[in-house]
Design a protein around this ligand. Structure first.
Ligand SMILES: Nc1nc2c(ncn2[C@@H]2O[C@H](COP(=O)(O)OP(=O)(O)OP(=O)(O)O)[C@@H](O)[C@H]2O)c(=O)[nH]1
Ligand SMILES: [Mg+2]
Length: 332
């Protein structure tokens, strides 16, 4: 799915789709042995072209969406959080329905036009077909708009390779997760002095010798129940659950993030309980401002202090803990 979603074409709304169909049909002029024959052949061709364009474009949209059966569990859940799988399936179903209906309508009107006796009737039937085709497509306008939105969202999703050893950076908002990801990987996330800067999952890489590792930046988490978590936080939870071979839990003892140590440590405990089995490295960030007494490793993602040691530890743990396939890290 990761690559196929990049190929989904631009999804037109109902008005654009109808304009496209009618514009193409309007250019058609056929010859005939008399006026009625000419008008009939022209109308038949216009109806076929307009109906076919609508039907084939809708079918193309549906087909371009990746098959859910081939999507990984992580991506399924991520799409469900961001878009709603049922909603997406329903809208794609509506496009499919409309595609078949357009062909059906086309067939009915082609039959009627063939039997028509005079030019007035031919032109009335052609107009009637256009009107009915328009209201058919207008009926699925909301679905087209949702599918267009879904297409854009799917394109934004990061490319994740499940076979590459992966460290997920988690913690409260504003503690410096993105700053750390930027420092240790190829990712260039947005870093800002306010919470909830990161709104989705970001992926970066780093390479040591011939081995490649994946770093996942996540949105900030608050210490609260799963039912209360919003779409943004749920993405972080999914990354922790499905992608992490190792978790780096970043703590901000300076509390300049705006969150207390007590709350941050409570979140750490709940992650430990809920994701038991995934090794967690507890790190204190912003050591350039505040260092507290504790056995935890201290770093400054801002100045780079302590980063080499942390990276060494991450690599050591990733090499020891291979979740995906239990295989060796991929050599590049
Ligand atoms: N002094 C100091 N500031 C830091 C350090 N690391 C990050 N910051 C600052 O803290 C602020 C938040 O950093 P981000 O990396 O955006 O924090 P985040 O955890 O990704 O935040 P969200 O995406 O909102 O969850 C920014 O102003 C950073 O420059 C550090 O080690 N020392
Ligand atoms: Mg961030």
């Amino acid at each position: 799915m990761a690559n196929s979603r990049k190929k989904i074409p631009t999804i037109l709304c109902s008005k654009e789709l109808l304009d496209k169909a009618f514009k193409k049909a309007s250019k058609i002029q056929k010859k005939g042995f008399d006026n009625v024959d000419k008008n009939k052949k022209t109308a038949i061709s216009k109806i076929s072209v307009a109906g076919d364009i609508i039907s084939s474009n809708l079918a193309k949209y549906v087909k371009a969406f990746p098959s859910f059966s081939k999507t990984s569990q992580f991506e399924m859940e991520l799409i469900d959080v961001i878009l709603g799988i049922d909603k997406l399936k329903k809208s794609l179903g509506a496009l499919n329905w409309c595609s078949a209906k357009a062909l059906e309508l086309e067939k009915v009107y082609l039959g009627k036009v063939k039997k028509a006796q005079n030019s007035e009737e031919i032109s009335r039937l052609r107009r009637e077909f256009y009107g009915r085709l328009s209201s058919l497509v207008d009926q699925i306008d909301q679905d087209l708009k949702f599918v267009a939105f879904a297409r854009d969202k799917l394109k934004e999703l990061p490319e994740i390779d499940p076979t590459v050893p992966t460290v997920v950076i988690a913690g409260f908002p504003n503690v410096g997760k993105s700053q750390l990801v930027e420092r240790i990987s190829t990712a260039r996330p947005k870093i800002a002095p306010y919470p909830f800067t990161t709104q989705g999952i970001g992926i970066g890489h780093f390479v040591v010798g011939r081995k490649r590792y994946q770093v996942v930046d996540t949105p900030g988490l608050l210490d609260r129940k799963l039912e209360e978590r919003n779409k943004i936080e749920l993405q972080a939870i999914l990354a922790l659950k499905h992608l992490a071979d190792v978790i780096v839990f970043l703590i901000d003892p300076s509390e300049t993030s705006g969150y207390s140590m007590k709350d941050q440590l409570a979140l750490l405990e709940s992650i430990k309980t809920n994701l038991a089995g995934i090794p967690i490295i507890e790190i204190e960030n912003k050591s350039d401002i505040v260092k507290i007494e504790s056995p935890r490793m201290k770093i400054s993602a801002l100045t780079g202090d302590g980063i080499d040691d942390l990276l060494g530890l991450i690599i050591e743990m990733l090499d020891r803990t291979r979740k995906a396939n239990n295989s060796e890290p991929i050599a590049i």
